[in-house]
Design a protein around this ligand. Structure first.
Ligand SMILES: NC(=O)c1ccc[n+]([C@@H]2O[C@H](COP(=O)([O-])OP(=O)(O)OC[C@H]3O[C@@H](n4cnc5c(N)ncnc54)[C@H](OP(=O)(O)O)[C@@H]3O)[C@@H](O)[C@H]2O)c1
Length: 281
């Protein structure tokens, strides 16, 4: 099978590229220096003779998106629209990555795949528009929503906390934002398994199972580098004013995966223990 990955140099893109190569598929792996997903001519030139196109390219700077919503919209909504149209033209399956930020974050039980889209900030609005752009322009798609991603190939929460724990005696970390830390290697594996299973067109949730809050995750991170988890103190999101609102509850349910017999990613803590040496180096 011939794959194309747009955004291949990003955090998820690097692990997905490695996985697709390992599986022995033909692959065109491109990033902004090889394709501009917002430019129909660039997409027409690069996206051809492939069976599967995965879009992991995005404007991911959540706070910057508040000031630059038009630029974020172009990458997160117009880009997927152009790619989806091109996939329809050439008969390729389109896999598009979305986010928990399309939801309000006010729920108290896991979000369903068909839950109401109610983004609270600019990034979430542009990603929600991207989902609809895909759904409107091809009928052969997989939208995979993920959240709380970490990986070896990018700036991410565990690396930041590791670095801070080396220069601070204590760390104050929020307890009132709940989610599912998810390793990019596991998400790459899930994307490949969905494609291999010829999963029906639709929306799937690609996050670890279980749930924690940033405080709980940080305790695991510092413990895994031999520090005392009690150095991690509790605080609330109100203490951290940031330009973009953060969801308080980002837990995504995995019913759609279970319905088609594709196993969801394992429990977040068990997966962190598998990931920690790779991610923290
Ligand atoms: N990271 C998370 O915690 C998280 C959570 C939920 C969902 N997601 C979603 O998961 C996906 C992957 O995220 P990630 O963290 O791996 O992203 P990332 O590291 O920011 O990578 C995105 C890549 O896309 C490239 N890109 C930007 N604009 C482009 C364009 N017009 N054409 C082609 N390439 C372009 C970027 O290049 P530059 O760096 O040069 O801009 C970057 O290499 C995204 O869809 C994101 O919304 C991420």
């Amino acid at each position: 099978m011939r794959w194309l990955i747009a955004g291949a140099k990003g955090m998820l893109g690097q692990d997905l590229t490695a996985r697709v190569v390992k599986d022995g598929h033909d692959l065109i792996a491109v990033d902004i220096d090889g394709i501009d997903i917002t430019d129909p001519a660039s997409v027409r030139e690069i996206v051809k003779d492939v069976d599967v196109v995965v879009n992991v390219a995005a404007f991911t700077a959540v706070d910057a998106a508040e000031e630059k919503e038009a630029a974020a919209f172009t990458v997160n909504a117009t880009g997927p629209e152009i790619l989806a149209r091109r996939c329809r033209e050439i008969g390729a399956r389109f896999v598009h990555i979305s986010t928990d930020y399309v939801f309000s974050g006010d729920a108290t039980s896991p979000y369903r795949e068909d839950g109401l889209l109610e983004p609270k900030g600019a990034y979430g609005r542009t990603k929600a528009a991207g989902e609809w752009a895909v759904r409107c322009n091809t009928d052969d798609y997989l939208i995979v929503r993920t959240a709380w991603l970490y990986g070896a190939g990018g700036k991410c929460f565990p690396k930041t906390m590791r670095d801070l724990s080396q220069t601070h005696e204590t760390l104050s970390v929020v307890t009132d934002e709940v989610g599912q830390p998810t390793w990019t290697v596991d998400l790459a594996d899930l994307i490949v398994r969905l494609v291999d299973a010829e999963a029906p067109t639709g929306i799937y949730h690609g996050t670890s199972s279980g749930k924690t809050n940033w405080h709980g995750f940080t305790r695991e991170i510092v413990a895994s580098i031999g520090k005392d988890p009690d150095m991690v103190k509790e605080t609330t999101a109100a203490a951290f004013k940031r330009p973009a609102p953060r969801p308080h509850y980002s837990v995504l349910g995995h019913d759609a995966l279970e319905r088609i017999g594709v196993e969801p990613i394992g429990d977040w803590k068990e997966r962190w223990l598998a990931a920690k040496d790779v991610v923290l180096g």
